[in-house]
Write a protein that binds this ligand. Structure first.
Ligand code: ATP
Ligand code: MG
Length: 554
């Protein structure tokens, strides 16, 4: 399959990759026909999805199964009048119907809007009206269905509410009955052009209200690098990315790049999740490749790994937040596996990463993706020198790279703010070393300005993490009349240190930071908490800590 899209499919060095990696983009590319159906034609029995849940059920889907079920789903959607450009929201957690539905919507040229089950009535009304959503497909969970039902009267565009069961309320359509009784699927004559919108995704909401990111039909091809050259997947790989289907990370790790690589996608559908469950999954199902945000690894390294056989695991990747070097070193010590970091956003595909031929430098995100013209811009608009901090930007004077978003949907102002004069501003600050490795400093809004210094939270957090008392921490600025801002650390203590919380421990931690990093960065303020505020995907919301401190200082 890779050969269909790449002239050269294996690379031995970064130089080779930068020079020779090139994606051939077919006209009217459609992931449903050109990848899923193509696999079903050339290798129908090839495993595509291994689905399990917390009740011990397991279903194995081949590409022939996915083709058949997505065709049936597309025929059913057609019978409801859903076609090119129609907006359909999927609130399907990790149910396998998500894969049937997203592929069906692609085949129809419709727009898929994956969303989290945590949306409330107000959120659903907002989204239905913002995007003129025509149908919602949801899992039959009482809370989810209840919110949608209450949103319905105020969402005039919403014509169909479809439940995959077990509950199908009155006035709702039954997904399974629908797909079983639909007439045979008739492929639309011209389902899409390459620049039609195929996906609308909400960002994680780490800094504020999630933004609605629109991607076109070529976006899956932007993930060839993600699947084949970051997750390092091949035919025969079994890959697990931890992500709910409501967030962009799901198509980074549970669909496009994985299936183009011919890998089998592992899905664990659960209600309540403990990081240690991952270890059972790897042990029981022989997962070969695993990707998760740093927070998951921060907890995994505290488990007794000797209880599990993790010998199937060959490759681990990490993104979504910065990876503290201590976590990298611990995982390597415990498993012999180097965590390969990547960086990107819902607005992009993988933009910076540690590829198989790149030796990771702990604490660095890696090297740039040849598809993106990345630069670092200083506050006064210059390209940063080696070692100098600057905002990560993507230049598009030579054309828009595959995988970069089209716009924030129906929000030209926000789009212009982030993307103007052929430069897309990521809002993240980093520096680059002499070997071209990028080092994350922080989100532009999170960088602390104290006594004339600009201090990135990540470096201070990484220093804190090397103290045995610290399980997790978030570094923020608190207002200060003299210094402008003070560095503050909000810390979750390990069980052994909980009782010692107090002035002596604060002093000990401060001295420790002064020893391991430049002393001006040490946190003058330290607060111990039981847990940090996070998004549901597990990202630390420093903005929440900041808002609370700003309020109490007024
Ligand atoms: P919102 O934009 O709604 O506030 P978000 O930015 O967290 O939420 P995503 O698009 O899911 O939403 O996340 C992208 C962001 O995650 C990046 O802009 C960056 O801040 C952070 N990120 C991703 N990978 C890394 C990494 N390897 N190191 C540091 N930060 C990372
Ligand atoms: Mg963002």
């Amino acid at each position: 399959m890779l050969e269909r899209f790449l002239d050269k499919t294996s690379f031995s060095s970064q130089e080779d990759f930068m020079q020779n990696f090139k994606v051939k983009v077919p006209e009217n590319f459609n992931f449903g026909y050109d990848v899923v159906d193509e696999w079903a034609r050339i290798a129908p029995d090839k495993q595509a999805l291994l689905w399990t849940n917390d009740r011990g059920e397991r279903i194995d889907f081949t590409f022939a199964d996915i083709k058949r079920e997505s065709d049936k789903t597309a025929a059913y959607f057609q019978s409801l009048g859903i076609g090119h450009g129609d907006m359909v929201m999927l609130i399907l957690k990790r149910r396998f119907e998500f894969w049937f539905s997203i592929i069906a919507l692609h085949k129809l040229g419709a727009v898929c809007i994956p969303a989290t089950h945590l949306l409330t009535e107000k959120d659903i009304i907002y989204r239905c009206n913002a995007a003129d959503i025509k149908a919602i497909v949801a899992c039959g969970d009482e809370i989810v269905l209840g919110h949608i039902n209450r949103a319905r009267p105020e969402s005039p565009s919403l014509q169909h509410c479809i439940s995959i069961g077990p509950i199908v309320p009155e006035g709702w359509d039954d997904f399974h009955r629908g797909i079983e009784s639909a007439a045979p699927f008739v492929r639309p004559e011209h389902p899409n052009s390459n620049d039609d919108i195929s996906l609308l995704y909400f960002t994680s909401g780490t800094t504020g209200e999630p933004k609605m990111v629109a991607h076109d039909f070529t976006y899956p091809l932007g993930h060839i690098i993600t699947g084949s050259f970051w997750h390092n997947l091949h035919e025969g790989s079994l890959h697990l990315t931890l992500a709910d289907t409501g967030w962009g990370k799901a198509v980074w790790g549970k669909l496009y790049g994985q299936w183009i690589a011919g890998a089998n996608v592992f899905v664990y559908d659960f209600e309540k999740f403990k990081p240690a469950d991952v270890l059972d999954m790897i042990h029981n199902y022989h997962i070969t490749s695993f990707c998760a945000p740093p927070t998951v690894f921060r907890f995994l390294i505290r488990e007794d790994l000797s209880k599990y056989d993790l010998s199937s695991l060959q490759y681990c990747t990490i993104a979504g937040e910065a990876l503290n070097p201590k976590v990298y070193e611990e995982w390597l010590r415990l498993t012999g596996i180097k965590l390969m970091e990547g960086f990107g956003q819902t607005e992009t595909t993988l933009t910076i990463a540690t590829y198989p031929w790149v030796e990771p430098k702990p604490g660095s995100m890696g090297i740039r993706n040849p598809q993106y013209d990345i630069d670092l811009l200083t506050a006064d608009g210059r390209s940063a020198e080696e070692g100098e901090q600057g905002q990560i930007v993507i230049r598009t004077d030579h054309g828009k790279p595959l995988g970069l978003f089209k716009e924030y949907y129906r929000d030209p102002e926000k789009t212009r703010e982030a993307y103007h004069d052929n430069i897309y501003y990521t809002g993240d600050v980093a520096w680059r070393d002499e070997d071209g490795y990028f080092w994350f400093v922080g989100r532009a809004d999170d960088v602390i300005k104290s006594s004339g210094y600009r201090i990135g939270p990540f470096e201070v957090e990484s220093a804190l993490m090397t103290h045995p008392a610290v399980v997790e921490c978030a570094v923020t600025g608190v207002p200060d009349e003299i210094r402008g801002q003070l560095v503050k650390a909000t810390i979750v203590l390990s069980a052994a240190y909980k009782e010692k919380a107090g002035e002596a421990l604060i002093k000990e931690i401060q001295d420790h930071v002064k020893r391991v990093t430049a002393p001006y960065k040490y946190p003058r303020v330290i607060e111990f908490v039981d847990e940090l505020p996070k998004t549901i995907s597990g990202k630390i919301r420093r903005v929440e800590i900041r808002d609370k401190d700003n309020k109490s200082s007024k």
